[in-house]
Design a protein around this ligand. Sequence first.
Ligand code: NAD
Length: 317
Amino acid sequence: MNRENVKKIGIIGTGMIGTSLAALTAGHGIDTVMLAVNEDLRAASQKQFDSFYADLVAQKLINNAQAANCAKNLSYTLAYNELADCDLIFECVVERLEVKHEVYTQIEATCSKVRAICSVSSAFVVDDLASEMTVYKDRVIVTHPFNPPHLVPYFELAVGSATNPDVLSFAMTVLEDLDRKPVALKKSAPGFIGNRLQFALWREALNIVDSGIADPADVDTCLMYSFCPRYTSIGMFEHFDNGGLDLNYNVCKTIFPTLNNVQEVPESVATRVASGDLGLKTGKGFYDWSQKDISDFHTRVSDPYWRFFNWEVPEEE
Ligand SMILES: NC(=O)c1ccc[n+]([C@@H]2O[C@H](COP(=O)([O-])OP(=O)(O)OC[C@H]3O[C@@H](n4cnc5c(N)ncnc54)[C@H](O)[C@@H]3O)[C@@H](O)[C@H]2O)c1
């Protein structure tokens, strides 16, 4: 990690993404301060941070001394003025525009040194995120990760109409120094690249289930045992170039007219949300999670990503 580029990183929001990002930045030797809403949420984040490191140790990717070294780089605060000297801030609060606006107002009031305000929003474009800012509109950028960002290397970056180009190059440099694989969009679009692709696939997965073609478990088997593993070592444009665009042309002609293009949230998601079946966290979604091995599921979530771990964590100070 080139620590010349960034001395101190602030992270606002101590949930899943914020805490995983803290594991990444602290693990690269950067002084990291997380802003928590209250003491309970601070404690929950610390527990999560420790468990990320326990997992890295269990995988023999680092040892206990290295984990302890990394943990020393993290501190928590409940007050914005502790973020005043941060070079870069990751905004990792809930995906609600009014909450994000409130956070940017606080940053504008307290963080005059900040060179980049990086939102991890899953879908909001920068112009909407920064719409109420009056001082640092030119410093806001989206740096959208995939969960958990300390293991998943890809980040997609999107600027707004007022973002200073230097902010994009600064954020790119910092993410590259953090051993990530950042990509900058040529122009912004809701959902960026990753979630546009993922939700196009999700819309058709729901269509397959809702129109009685196959059950959720069979769609999941298809994904895990057919084409998804291919895309961990080659890309989609590589794949279809390899298969021949003449074949591709014919398959597009047959399948495209039959694909789903619904514009609203599909009924099968809307009715489950309305009845409180929110998935794993409530025990029921498309699956009945009381029938599933949750520990095995969590192992499978991280399994594909361990191979990307490439941080150089010092043994000693
Ligand atoms: N979970 C994912 O898979 C994922 C992936 C990529 C991006 N994101 C994005 O990351 C962001 C955070 O998502 P998450 O999954 O970590 O959610 P989360 O619910 O785990 O965490 C949200 C955090 O926001 C904090 N928060 C709420 N109001 C706040 C305020 N006014 N000031 C400071 N903190 C406040 C909460 O205390 C909580 O710690 C969202 O924008 C989400 O779209 C999530």
